[in-house]
Design a protein around this ligand. Structure first.
Ligand SMILES: Nc1ncnc2c1ncn2[C@@H]1O[C@H](COP(=O)(O)OP(=O)(O)O)[C@@H](O)[C@H]1O
Ligand SMILES: [Mg+2]
Length: 434
């Protein structure tokens, strides 16, 4: 293990922690980067899986080509094939134009397939083919196309179990799993918990110009034995909440408990049971923990939707006020992120002309200051000079929403918060029927 290189990577990507299992994972990522091997990253939700594919890409011969991160769990089942492989105009309702998929736009680059265990079986078959032969076919076409994409995948589900239950193809699993990397859960990482607490407390104090919160000795002990079902994501949100809401700067166990941290050393505590039946990769984790994880995800998606809506409204208003301004939309980088209202400095600007979310993240080069690591790439393209009228905006929103929902009008109406009847009328009015 090359300690120096590992430390450099940690600094460059803002990875905090000294736990041996973490160092080992980073080490494997560095070693495997220059090869063409497929990598499968395992780890519970919130452990920090998403940084490794980027490390791999940046340290590979593909580093000057495209990198895309796709969350397979957040793509609607009906459009997933078209997102990945592209489609031909008219191949389904809402397919108003030809579309290139990720396997085309990421040619010679790297695709990170997050939550790969969520892929539908039909998509798995297509994925296997492209991995084995480099060939794929766009939805609605018969022409075979070629691509050269390196796949790094991640999962928080037990793949063996998914295979046993017929939810995941075994052949695809072996193809993806050439090099497995395990990201350890936070509860195993001991003193890293404290280091991360301090990092997040410092970050937020800088951002809001407030005094950072600090832990009493007892509070430190409590954090070390807590089970952290939502891992680092949960810790970050906890520190953000306490930093903003709590009047105290010296954080005691009582304060932590009032924010939901339980004393897991006592065994059953109402929410989390003491590590029993736990195995790696999340199998047999107690159902309370799963429930809690699900709640985190639910809160996360609600938080994100509110944030997206706010930003959409904000951008539209800005657009109307200053016609010369570029028109862009900001979405959260992580679809599963539990960002809540206090999410900060973690945004990706999406290229507006892309009908779907294209998630191109950027990490700093070695020369850039470390503090900017969590500000994502701002890749803005003006879409047109004149501002869009309300009518044009509505038309555009309908087209995009129809695409996202694979032409399903009911879902589109719900997403746009208009009645189905209004949607039908608008589709007719804007000539969107095909
Ligand atoms: N070692 C680390 N140091 C600092 N922040 C981290 C670290 N690992 C993860 N994070 C942060 O924790 C959050 C969850 O990480 P993420 O990669 O999205 O988790 P996963 O994909 O495993 O669910 C992100 O905001 C990430 O920036
Ligand atoms: Mg993730």
């Amino acid at each position: 293990m090359n300690e120096k290189v590992i430390q450099q990577v940690k600094q460059r990507y803002g990875i905090v922690g000294n736990y041996e299992g973490l160092n080992r994972s980073i080490d494997i990522a560095i070693q495997v980067a220059p090869t063409e091997l497929s990598v499968l990253i395992y780890g519970e939700s919130g452990v920090g899986k998403e940084v490794l594919p980027r490390v791999i890409h940046d340290n590979s011969a593909r580093k000057h080509n495209k990198y895309f991160a796709i969350n397979c769990g957040s793509l609607p089942e009906g459009t997933i094939d078209s997102e990945l492989f592209g489609h031909k105009k008219g191949s389904f309702t809402g397919a108003l134009d030809d579309r290139e998929g990720y396997f085309s736009v990421a040619n010679n680059g790297t695709l990170f397939l997050d939550e790969v265990g969520e892929l539908p079986l039909a998509t798995q078959a297509r994925l296997l083919r492209v991995l084995e032969t480099g060939e794929y076919i766009r939805v609605g076409e018969s022409e075979v196309r070629k691509t050269n994409v390196r796949i790094v995948a991640a999962t928080n589900v037990n793949m063996q179990k998914a295979i046993r239950e017929g939810k995941f193809r075994e052949d695809l699993y072996y193809r993806l799993n050439t090099i497995p990397i395990n990201m350890p859960p936070l509860r195993e990482r001991g003193r890293d918990i404290e280091l991360l607490f301090r990092k997040f407390a410092y970050d937020i104090s800088e951002k809001y110009r407030i005094e950072p919160v600090r832990l009493t000795e007892d509070a430190r002990v409590l954090l070390l034995q807590y089970k952290w079902p939502g891992n680092i994501r949960q810790l970050r949100n906890l520190v953000e909440q306490i930093s903003i809401i709590s009047k105290e700067r010296e954080i005691t166990p009582e304060i932590l408990m009032s924010y939901g941290v339980t004393d897991d050393s006592l065994g059953e505590t109402g929410l989390v049971l003491h590590g029993q039946n736990r195995e790696v990769h999340g199998q047999n984790v107690h159902s309370y923990e799963k429930e809690r994880d699900m709640l985190f995800q639910l809160l996360s998606s609600i938080g994100k939707e509110v944030k997206d809506l706010k930003e959409l409204v904000h951008n539209n208003m800005e657009h109307r006020q200053s016609p010369s301004q570029e028109n862009y939309r900001i979405l959260d980088e992580d679809m599963t992120e539990m960002n809540a209202p206090m999410q900060y400095g973690h945004q990706t600007v999406i290229r507006q002309p892309q009908p779907y979310i294209v998630n191109e993240q950027r990490y700093p080069s070695q020369n850039e200051p470390y503090s900017s690591h969590n500000i994502q790439e701002v890749d803005i393209e003006p879409i047109e000079d004149a501002p869009m009228s309300n009518r044009e905006l509505m038309r555009k929103n309908i087209i995009e929403s129809l695409r996202r929902n694979n032409g399903n009008r009911k879902k589109t109406a719900t997403e746009l918060d208009i009645s189905e009847r209004t949607l039908y009328r608008k589709i007719k009015e804007y000539g969107l029927e095909i």
